[in-house]
Design a protein around this ligand. Structure first.
Ligand SMILES: [Zn+2]
Length: 238
């Protein structure tokens, strides 16, 4: 058990250093992640706009054909109107003329609307493109900075992680779980050294009888106030 508790102290030191390294990186990983997400969503937005623009262009072409066709029909009806011989024929051509005019009006209105839409879409695509350019620049700068920080500490971090792995593999999983839980809840410190009769984590008083027990290091004792695993260390404990 003594060995286990000492390895727990070692684990705590490793974790402290890993936390330090993480702190050195600061907000960079988060900034990179957020920039990447922003960029992805802008690219998506642009692709959506490009798709809408493509469909608008197709409809535009379609309407141009419809308008051309309606105009041809109208001039054909106009000629036919000179050659009618009966009222019935006249009525029929007038009806067709009205319908073609109607079609022409509708198509021309829609064409104007689509022209406006296309213009707005093109503008929007331009401005999104500019935003994407800026984001890409910002992202690549931050990524580079992050990579430099990571490279500078990669070797040490790998070593620490390996040591961590070795300790964890040898230790009781339940103890490690307790350590991790307390560590998370207590600002990174899962182990506390007993010093001058108090818990080294929260400085609360520990009854002398308990200190005697902790000193033996035969069992796991935790601080009743903060829950940290109590360890007796010949160098630091008194
Ligand atoms: Zn405590």
């Amino acid at each position: 058990m003594q060995k286990t508790l000492y390895s727990l102290l070692e684990l705590q030191e490793i974790d402290n250093r890993l936390d330090e390294l993480r702190e050195e990186r600061g907000d960079l990983p988060l900034i990179v992640k957020e920039l990447q997400e922003k960029l992805d969503s802008k690219i998506q937005e642009m692709e959506k706009n490009q798709e809408t623009l493509k469909n608008a262009r197709l409809r535009h072409r379609e309407l141009e054909l419809i308008i051309e066709d309606s105009r041809e029909k109208l001039s054909k009806f106009e000629e036919q109107l000179y050659q009618v011989k009966t009222n019935k024929e006249y009525d029929a051509i007038t009806a067709e003329t009205d319908s073609a005019k109607d079609q022409l009006n509708k198509s021309e209105t829609e064409l104007l609307e689509i022209d406006e839409d296309m213009e707005a879409l093109e503008e929007s695509i331009h401005s999104i493109e500019a935003e994407i350019g800026k984001l890409e620049q910002e992202l690549s700068e931050n990524k580079e900075e992050l990579e430099q920080t990571l490279n500078a500490t990669a070797e040490e971090e790998n070593l620490l992680r390996q040591e961590r792995e070795i300790i964890i593999n040898k230790a009781d999983p339940q103890l490690i779980k307790t350590y991790e839980l307390v560590r998370e809840a207590r600002g990174g410190q899962g182990v506390a050294i007993v010093t001058n009769g108090v818990c080294g984590g929260c400085y609360s008083y520990i009854p002398p009888q308990k200190i005697v027990e902790v000193k033996k290091m035969e069992k796991i004792y935790t601080c009743e106030i903060c829950g940290r695993i109590l360890v007796w260390d010949e160098i630091h404990s008194k």
